[in-house]
Write a protein that binds this ligand. Structure first.
Ligand code: ZN
Ligand code: ZN
Ligand code: FE
Length: 692
């Protein structure tokens, strides 16, 4: 914990009651009434791409200042016609006080930009939306200005076009989302449970991750080697019309360059996307705040009392997200989140306001996006921070951003340990104010000792924590050189834990030189940062069982191991041995050598994956019992990106219940670093009293 200078306590803000009314709402997907009008040839809004009403339409993405009325939004550019004005003025009508009301006569318009050759033969079509759909059908990639930024769209059943999109975007295998017109259509490609249907039809119209039917005509390269598909229903009338005109699944992916914020501006899109998109659907409603698509999935193993919806990314329709806390922040707080899956959180009184997904703060552009998001959200919510919370990682750009923001004016700074913040985010969701045993399994977070933590058991309260157990430290030889090379992590782990690197078929094709270097570096202790990361352990296992020896994107290997486990009866797999020392070190040598033995003996790798999940659950339940014995605490909170793994979540929850623990899990904010800023803010709330 680092605490520095004090701040001026007299920052003016609006009184509570007033602010509650003024809080900016998230965008709402097109309501059934507006959709019916848009599709009705008799209606004056027939095929109008911006149809909306008081119940639906853009909110957060178009607002410039509070209070929310037309003059404060980008709709101010459009002079409302008498007919639309009459709707807005009539308390009996659905558009009473609808600030974004408009029609094809007075409201925003779209414009299709394409070459005459591309448009050949399409002049007779009804409008530009129909022509854009025809271009997609012809195999073109079309950039579309969506509700919160540009998307890239193409025919999801055309593998050749999808391959071209991947090549142009330099995105070899990260899954692409798919949009379809109706639930029935989605159901033809992915079985949709009642809970999943509810999720897809939520007013936020998120991407839901669903299993793909083997017979689906969606091209395999939309989500290579992945049994799941990210699917959404159209969020706006423009998208509804496109999806219906195209009448087949459409790839719908954020139009950004790798890891950079999604593009919102017409000119910038035409410039930056010139090499990717063949055509553009532009419009003249300016996007004030950038939002990506939200991503959720259903926890098929959730208990009957528990919401089955798990957020993976909160953005369009889900942000800003207001979380009421039973604790009062005496000072206004900004928490800057982490560098991956960045979000920020503002807090005052009993309200926490979580921002949309900002992105990967490894890029400078994302820092600009962060700053813009902070300034807009601070202005809209009238929360002017006096205390700034950040991760302890000195290398994080967000940490530097926090220091920068704290200089002007004089703010308090609170450094919060990564995994402590994870657990407190979970406690905040549940309003839980007693100490818990926190199990945090994630990729990486900066530890108190400077090592990369990520397989942690903490005894934690809102204000402090003690690390009581963790996965043993193992070497990441070459540091960043291992980033996309699970096979290399596996070699390093084997050499460190077993003293040698046994020959394994799945790893035979990788260079022997590299294998020697890994062993040498470990023996000499050169360039081998140590980690207790659970994510890296998943990487190693993914390589050992041959399901994902090389990756191109985050959590790819962990997903592959989960999917492998799901192919067999998970209950049938017995856990591997492991050792838990008296001082809380979980030793992995026995586990790794058992996995090696199974793989050498020709055991089904899917069974090995299932057994590994069981083993992880057993390890951490054992550590939780050890902590309970010492402290008497009977409640366990689960957080960290690895708990997006539903097999692990289920096994861990079940095993903890069986041992008599109460278990708290995430339901409102992501278990990954997207939820981190909420936890940081609450820790800072507990320490704000130190700034008197
Ligand atoms: Zn509506
Ligand atoms: Zn009008
Ligand atoms: Fe994390």
């Amino acid at each position: 914990m680092t605490i520095s200078s004090d701040s001026d306590p007299d920052v003016a803000y609006r009184p509570r009651a007033e602010r509650d009314v003024l809080f900016p709402a998230p965008d709402v997907a097109t309501c059934p009434d507006c959709l019916a009008e848009t599709l009705n040839p008799q209606d004056r809004r027939f095929r109008y791409p911006f149809t909306n009403c008081a119940n639906c339409g853009p909110r957060y993405t178009i607002i410039r200042e509070m209070p929310y009325d037309r003059a404060a939004t980008s709709m101010r550019e459009f002079r409302i016609c008498p007919e639309c004005q009459a709707e807005v003025d009539d308390p009996a009508r659905r558009r009473y006080r609808a600030q974004a009301n408009g029609c094809s006569f007075c409201g925003p318009q779209i414009e299709l930009i394409a070459t005459p050759e591309m448009l050949d033969g399409l002049a007779g079509l009804m409008d530009d939306v129909a022509r854009a759909a025809a271009l997609i059908k012809r195999g073109y990639i079309v950039a579309i200005k969506g509700p919160g930024g540009f998307h890239l769209a193409c025919d999801a059943t055309n593998a050749e076009t999808v391959a071209r999109l991947r090549e142009r975007k330099s995105r070899p295998d990260k899954p692409l989302a798919v949009m379809m017109a109706t639930l029935d259509e989605i159901n033809q490609h992915c079985p949709v449970s009642a809970q999943e249907a509810g999720l897809l039809q939520d007013p936020s119209a998120p991407i839901a991750l669903l299993y793909r039917r083997p017979e689906s005509k969606i091209a395999a390269n939309v989500a290579p080697n992945n049994p799941m598909l990210g699917v959404m229903l159209p969020p706006t009338p423009l998208y509804h019309l496109l999806a219906r005109d195209l009448n087949r699944p459409m790839v719908m992916t954020s139009a950004n360059l790798t890891d950079l914020p999604v593009i919102v501006d017409n000119d910038l899109a035409q410039d930056k996307l010139a090499g990717i998109a063949d055509a553009f659907v532009l419009h003249n409603l300016s996007i004030e705040t950038r939002v990506d698509d939200s991503v959720w999935w259903i926890d098929h193993f959730a208990g009957p009392d528990d919401s089955a919806r798990l957020p993976l990314r909160l953005s369009r329709g889900d942000a800003p997200r207001l979380i009421r806390l039973p604790w009062r922040a005496e000072k206004a707080i900004l928490a800057v989140g982490a560098d991956m899956n960045n979000t920020l959180c503002l807090m005052r009184d009993n309200d926490a306001v979580l921002s949309q997904h900002v992105g990967e703060a490894s890029a400078l552009e994302t820092l600009d996006a962060f700053r813009a998001t902070f300034e807009r959200l601070s202005q809209l919510s009238a929360i002017v921070p006096q205390v700034i919370a950040h991760d302890l990682n000195p290398g994080y750009r967000t940490t530097r951003m926090a220091r920068l923001l704290a200089e002007d004016p004089d703010h308090g700074l609170v450094g919060v340990q990564h995994h402590h913040a994870h657990i407190v985010a979970c406690l905040a969701e549940h309003g839980h104010d007693a100490s818990v045993i926190g199990i945090v399994l994630d990729g990486t977070g900066y530890g108190d000792d400077g090592a990369a933590w990520g397989g942690e058991v903490l005894v934690a309260s809102l204000s402090s924590f003690e690390r009581v157990a963790h996965l043993e430290y193992l070497p990441l030889t070459g540091g960043d050189a291992t980033l996309h090379k699970p096979y290399r992590i596996a070699w390093g782990y084997l050499h460190a834990a077993l003293g040698n690197i046994p020959d394994l078929k799945p790893l035979a094709r990788f260079p022997a030189d590299e294998r020697r270097i890994v062993a040498q570096q470990i023996d000499r202790g050169q360039n081998t940062p140590m980690t207790s990361s659970c994510g890296r352990l998943f990487d190693a296992v993914a390589a050992l069982i041959g399901v994902c020896p090389v990756t191109t994107h985050e959590s790819q290997a962990a997903v592959a191991v989960e999917q492998a486990a799901r192919r067999v009866d998970i209950e049938a797999a017995n856990p591997y041995p492991f050792a838990l020392t008296d001082d809380g070190i979980i030793r992995l040598g026995d586990t790794l050598s058992a996995i090696v033995k199974d793989m050498t003996g020709g055991r089904n790798p899917h069974l090995v994956a299932a057994a590994f999940h069981h083993t992880l659950a057993m390890m951490f339940v054992a550590a939780a019992k050890q902590a309970r014995q010492r402290t008497g605490i009977k409640t366990v909170a689960l957080s960290g990106g690895c708990f997006q793994n539903r097999v692990l979540l289920r096994l861990m929850r079940q095993a903890l219940h069986d041992e008599g623990f109460e278990v708290l899990t995430h339901r409102q904010v992501p278990a990954n670093d997207g939820g981190l800023s909420l936890g940081q803010a609450v820790v800072a709330l507990r320490h704000a009293a130190d700034f008197v």
